[in-house]
Design a protein around this ligand. Structure first.
Ligand code: PMP
Length: 425
């Protein structure tokens, strides 16, 4: 049997430290909401591969669809010889688009690529350079998406100057002392001090900030941004990479607000564990890029498209939108019970729509407590639960369990979470 400790040494020798793994235990197999490591230890997965596994590990329907595709072909490059699963998936995504105008979609591989291409499309359609994003937002690790990301450490440290024409507004969050009026005042100042609205191509926002701490964008803000975009001909982009595909109890997070974006970026849970991303958008905007300007050798891999078509079926057949709300209510209930027991468990600010639930770990005086958060996560792992942190202070624990998790496993995972919190404070 291989040991985690042996692989750990090889890992550290072979891979640069810039790619930091949360845990140095090595996966061997996984099924729905459970993972086993190479030593045979079992873990309940509350991280879902960072929001990728809304339909769980290896959903049988997804596996069957990919197996069938494997038996036909694995790659042609859509720019050379196109194929039906790509077209069919775009048709399905266009049908799901949360706006009333006709839609078109284009596929890539990663979330960052989807964001990059949404910006390219917005710039092509408006002929303008500027992009406005939000503090605490996360959009990826490529040079452009790193610049859009609103967090310096660790994402921007040592990586040089940002590309031009990127601006950030403070994201409204009570815990950061910022409200919607502050954000809108900053937007007004930005337009007077730094860039004319007529030079802005796009505003990009996560309907619920993911890496930033599971902070929902207030509806009032989204409505105001929609109005600003309409007034000045700016493209409104909803980054749904983390919020998409039933996580929040709706197909897309922005649907909670009723605000219609012009473009959406999607990835992660779109293809149930296969690398696939896309931009869904208003057809008139999507057609702005010239032929050949969009694409990529592996973009819209047929295997991933087959997986995604099955994922969309599973979401519908298994009622995962409603299931997200039920799971979220159970998680909230368990956390609130811990708080009510009043034995000093240092959790606060339980929040998030659907099954996109997070809470903060704070000191007795209410300050963010990143050190205890780390200890809770490591304690949980030792007890067989994979947990993830997030938030600009590193003191938020977010729960991204598969929406296909059984009630029994959810309960077992929540009991482990409770034990880790009680043991660590
Ligand atoms: N946008 C959001 C909202 C994300 O959460 C992420 C990934 N955490 C990305 C973009 C980047 O996706 P990827 O890591 O697949 O490039």
């Amino acid at each position: 049997m291989s040991h985690n400790s042996d692989l750990r040494d090889r890992h550290i020798a072979a891979i640069p430290r810039g790619l930091a793994s949360a845990f140095l235990v090595y996966a061997q197999r996984a099924e729905n909401s459970e993972i086993w490591d190479i030593e045979g230890n079992r873990y309940i997965d509350f991280a879902g591969g960072i929001a990728v596994l809304n339909t769980g590990h290896r959903h049988p329907k997804v596996m069957a669809a990919v197996r069938d595709q494997l038996d036909h072909f694995t790659h042609t490059a859509f720019q050379i010889l196109p194929y039906e699963p790509y077209v069919a998936l775009c048709e399905r995504l266009n049908g799901l688009a949360p706006f009333s105008a006709p839609a078109k979609s284009v596929l890539f591989s990663t979330g960052a690529e989807a964001v990059e291409n949404a910006i390219k499309i917005a710039r092509a359609s408006t002929g303008r350079p500027g992009v406005i994003a939000f503090s605490g937002g996360f959009h990826g690790r490529t040079t452009l998406t790193m610049a859009l990301t609103g967090k310096v450490a660790p994402y921007k440290v040592k990586f040089g100057v940002a590309p031009p024409a990127i601006y950030h507004l403070p994201f409204p969050a009570p815990s950061h002392g910022v409200n919607v009026a502050d954000t809108l005042r900053a937007l007004d100042t930005l337009f007077r001090a730094d860039i004319a609205p007529t030079d802005v191509a796009a505003i990009i926002i996560e309907p619920v900030q993911g890496e930033g701490g599971f902070l929902p964008a207030p509806t009032e803000l989204l409505q105001a941004l929609r109005q600003t975009c309409d007034t000045h001909g700016i493209v409104l982009i909803a980054d749904e990479v983390q919020t998409g595909f039933a996580r929040t109890g709706k197909m897309f997070g922005i649907e909670h607000s009723g605000v219609e974006p012009d473009l959406l970026t999607v990835a992660k849970s779109l293809a149930g564990g296969f690398p696939l991303s896309g931009v869904i958008g208003r057809a008139d905007i999507m057609d702005a890029a010239e032929p050949g300007g969009l694409g990529g050798t592996y973009a819209g891999s047929p295997l991933a498209c087959a997986a995604a078509l099955a994922v969309l079926d599973v979401i519908a057949e298994e009622g995962l939108l409603a299931r997200a709300d039920t799971i979220g209510a159970s998680i909230r209930g368990a956390l609130e019970e811990l708080v009510l027991r009043n034995d000093g468990v240092p959790i606060s600010a339980i929040r998030g729509p659907g099954a996109m639930i997070a809470f903060d770990i704070v000191t007795d005086s209410g300050e963010p407590d990143a050190a205890t958060t780390k200890r809770v996560i490591q304690t949980a792992l030792a007890d067989g639960l994979v947990l993830l942190s997030c938030g600009i202070y590193g003191n938020t624990i977010r729960i991204l369990c598969p929406l296909t998790i059984s009630d029994a496993l959810l309960e077992e995972g929540l009991a482990k979470l409770g034990r880790a919190l009680v043991a660590t404070h």
